[in-house]
Write a protein that binds this ligand. Structure first.
Ligand SMILES: [Zn+2]
Length: 504
């Protein structure tokens, strides 16, 4: 995400947090009808459509990923999505499992909406719906413990409602405003387990929200034909039935499935086999073209510097965000409307930032609440790479200067912190540490180990952790592998402590 500018004039203040108390009624309904023809086991081969041919072998690892099949209907007027989700879930821990948790992001107060689970079934048997943590969590108790390595099938009937014109108050990526219905994180998502422990902490809005494991999605959406569904992944089938259009999408290996409905025009281009499409308001055609150009440049540069983006599509949608400039989702980027009308430099670098997140956060995952610097730092550093390649050394130096100024301001105010620090412990210095100091870390590493080793580090980090979740320690291991040197002191000073590091 890009919330605040780094030493830029067009910064927008952070949001107020609005607290909403939900009813906690938990109706029990009949089990879903398991014969529904749209809900069948996920066909892994169909997922190839979302991957470039050179990466279709990535699906050989499909056994490691849970599978979501969804059939849902979206009503843009009512701002609702309702349907059925089938999850094929495997217990990948050593111990038997007695329950499964799901994240219900729309029930976070900051979403200003809600997500209800009307019924649940496990392997065909109806189970009770339990909400926890103010309805952020759904808990399903398994009728019988799930042994290590065994799989179970969960069916959920769900409906979610997004707020209207709420970009000033709530999370704008879950909102209908000015011709766009954004439905980020609208679907129930299996909670993560790390070393056998459920990760159930409610995320703080100061940082990005979703830390998740790679999964496969096969999603069929019925929407009014006048609207276009822009999603993670790619459409493989579509048919019109009067005023309704039904389209089936496959995601490829992705961490989330994001849906946006729009009636905007779009323009497309292709870079290294990936189709990039930019959706924008008709009066912002120039901005829509600039966003497309920036995304194309960024994809080309990062393909070369990090290793190729493996997916067939990348979408950019103009939304009303107001409280942030842009936000990344797998294969789909949302950018604030005002940037399209403003000076192009702001739009360009925000788009480049969100495109870099396709590598750092999306393809290579990390815990965005506990180690936000891993994706925000490397993504911010990617702005420097982008500037070097597209606009030259002076522009890159200006980018670095911005990070230096932001970080030093925090340091001089006594707000320095180690990079490896959870969002919950970064108060007023989240941007300065995770983004600015994070970006400076990678520039300092580059100087410390030299350009060829740094180049190897970037490629190795991407290749080693694509579809996985990396940690701060993994950065050190891969960097030391690249330079064949010991980086213990460097890593300690930057990542583990708030030592007064020498800035690059
Ligand atoms: Zn970001």
């Amino acid at each position: 995400m890009q919330r605040l500018s780094i030493a830029r004039a067009w910064s927008v203040p952070l949001a107020l947090i609005v607290v909403v108390v939900w009813l906690s009624a938990m109706p029990i309904h009949a089990a879903p009808n398991v014969d529904d023809p749209l809900i069948a086991p996920l066909d892994v081969q169909r997922q190839e459509a979302a991957l470039l041919p050179a990466f279709s072998a990535d699906l050989d690892a499909a056994e490691q990923w849970d599978r979501y099949t969804v059939s849902a209907r979206i009503d843009p007027e009512k701002r609702t999505i309702a349907g059925r989700l089938r999850l094929e879930y495997t217990n990948r821990a050593a111990d038997p499992l007695d329950r499964i948790y799901f994240y219900l992001f729309p029930n976070l107060p900051e979403f200003g909406g809600r997500l209800d689970i009307h019924s649940a079934a496990v392997d065909g048997a109806s189970v009770r719906v339990h909400y926890e943590s103010n309805r952020f969590l759904l808990r399903l108790d398994l009728p019988t413990p799930l042994p290590s390595g065994a799989a179970v099938e969960v069916l959920l009937d769900f409906s979610a409602t997004a707020p209207l014109d709420a970009s000033q108050r709530y999370y704008a990526a879950f909102n209908r405003e000015r011709g766009v219905l954004a439905l980020a994180s609208a679907l129930p998502m299996a909670a993560r387990r790390v070393e056998g422990a459920w990760q159930l902490t409610t995320p703080l809005f100061r940082g990005d929200l979703v830390t998740s494991d790679t999964a496969l999605y096969d999603v069929t959406l019925a929407i009014p034909a006048a609207w276009t569904a822009v999603t993670t992944g790619t459409a493989i089938e579509s048919q019109n039935d009067g005023a309704l259009r039904t389209t089936r999408f496959v995601s490829g290996p992705q961490r989330d499935f994001t849906i946006v409905l729009t009636r905007f025009p779009a323009i497309s281009t292709e870079v290294d086999g990936t189709r990039i499409t930019s959706y924008f308001r008709p009066e912002h055609a120039e901005g829509g073209r600039a966003a497309l150009d920036a995304a194309a440049n960024a994809l080309r540069v990062f393909n070369r510097r990090f290793g190729p983006y493996p997916l067939t599509e990348l979408d950019i949608v103009q939304i009303d965000a107001r409280k942030f400039f842009g936000v990344e989702y797998p294969g789909l980027i949302m950018i604030d409307r005002l940037l399209y009308a403003g000076e192009r430099e702001g739009l360009e670098i925000i788009v480049a930032h969100e495109v870099a997140h396709q590598w750092w956060y999306s393809l290579v995952g990390n815990d965005v609440q506990n180690e936000a610097w891993l994706d925000e730092g490397l993504t911010s550093f990617a702005q420097v790479i982008y500037q070097e390649e597209i606009h030259g050394a002076t522009a890159a130096a200006r980018e670095l200067d911005g990070f230096r100024t932001t970080y030093l301001r925090a340091r001089q105010a006594g707000r320095d912190a180690p990079l490896r620090r959870p969002v919950s412990a970064l108060r007023g210095n989240y941007t300065a540490i995770a983004y600015a100091k994070g970006a400076l870390f990678f520039q300092a590493l580059r100087i410390r180990i030299g350009e060829p080793a740094f180049d190897r580090f970037l490629r190795d980090y991407y290749a080693s952790f694509r579809y996985r979740v990396a940690s701060s320690d993994d950065v050190r291991v891969v960097a030391e592998r690249a330079c064949a040197c010991d980086l213990g002191d460097f890593y300690r000073d930057w990542v583990l402590t708030a030592a007064p590091v020498t800035l690059p």
